[in-house]
Design a protein. Structure first.
Ligand code: TUI
Length: 319
């Protein structure tokens, strides 16, 4: 077993968080991950409040274990989803793609553990002051909407800048990544891409297959001209988007082209038109397994590495 402050804070067995993914982490995956002793996180994305509420009720009906809800700050329904999470006494809320400070007091009053996802030291410090209980430090190896600092330098800088626990994210898919995160001072890991390739994840099989087949250079970032870079698997859609950015299309035209493309990937498995968001860890993913098998495997890998580690420390002067 590997126990950290995160396990106590969230009431979980293993210091692993499943990243909230719009259209991807639905109740099915959340329940499987939380039942397996990690933290399952519902991806609220830009979904209407009644869908989020129904999903939360489904999760609660199927497990008593802690779970989370993730809300990106650009959702049109942030205020409503905050209200629902407070009313439903959701155990944990994670946020992304913006500054959630205004929503922290209401969530804290309802007893929700607030764990924003950040991509910079500046926002990490602000959110600690605003009352966050923990942070996810997300490097730009991650999939989806990303910042511009990589995981290896970002995590220890955030760990040094705040007192609250820090979870590492970006580029992590196995027990080696978990041990590396602990070495950087993190109390656990958040993984998104790896959890897409689980039996319980409800995305179209094409999405899972593309990740399994992907290698080290299979992702690309687009959207730099909009100021919102997004990492996804290279595909006909990302190539078209790149061309449109190079041609200097307007922000409105690019946004119009991008809208709805994540749904085409997750629901329809449309390999030509869909946006298959994934992190660089896609090259580390080579199978589709039940979430519980994955979590057990990662913990076993990490334990084996940690047992070997002391052998690197030798007495002074030893050859
Ligand atoms: O939020 C994420 N990743 C996401 S959200 C998302 S939904 C989406 N759907 C369609 C197109 C585009 C996105 C997909 N992936 N990760 C957490 C994260 N937050 N990464 C980076 C940030 C971030 C960036 C800038 C947080 C705050 C920020 O600025 C804060 C400020 O000061 O306003």
């Amino acid at each position: 077993m590997i126990k950290t402050r995160l396990c106590n804070l969230l009431g979980i067995e293993h210091p692993i968080v499943q990243g909230g993914m719009a259209w991807v982490s639905t109740a099915e995956l959340v329940v499987a991950v939380s039942k397996a002793g990690a933290l399952g996180v519902l991806g609220a994305g830009n979904a209407p409040p009644d869908w989020v509420e129904t999903q939360i009720r489904q999760i609660k009906a199927r497990t008593n274990r802690p779970f989370g809800v993730n809300m990106p700050m650009f959702s049109a329904y942030v205020a409503e989803v905050v209200d629902i999470c407070a009313r439903e006494r959701v155990p944990v809320v994670t946020t992304g793609a913006g500054n959630p400070s205004p929503h922290i007091p209401a969530l804290k009053r309802a007893g929700v553990v607030v764990m924003p996802v950040v991509a910079s030291v500046a926002l990490a410090k602000r959110l600690e002051r605003a009352g966050a209980d923990a942070l996810v430090a997300e490097g730009s190896e991650s999939g989806g909407h990303i910042g511009d600092v990589n995981t290896l330098p970002l995590v220890p800088q955030i760990v040094d800048a705040v007192q609250i626990p820090v979870v590492a994210a970006g580029g992590i898919a196995d027990g080696r990544g978990l041990v590396a995160a602990l070495a950087l001072g993190a109390v656990g890991v958040q993984m998104g891409t790896r959890f897409i390739c689980t039996a319980e994840c409800t995305v179209h099989p094409n999405y899972k297959e593309m990740i399994v087949k992907a290698g080290d250079r299979s992702t690309i970032t687009t959207g730099h001209s909009l100021g919102h870079p997004v990492r996804a698997l290279r595909s006909p859609m990302t190539r078209r988007f790149e061309e449109m950015e190079q041609k200097g299309l307007t922000e409105a035209e690019l946004i119009e082209f991008g809208t709805g493309k994540l749904r085409l990937a997750t629901v329809d498995g449309n390999v030509n038109e869909g946006s298959f968001m994934a992190g660089q860890s896609c090259g580390l993913v080579s199978d589709i397994v039940p979430a519980a098998v994955l979590i057990q495997r990662i913990i076993a890998e990490a334990e084996a590495i940690l047992r070997r580690m002391p052998q690197y420390v030798v007495p002074d002067g030893a050859t």
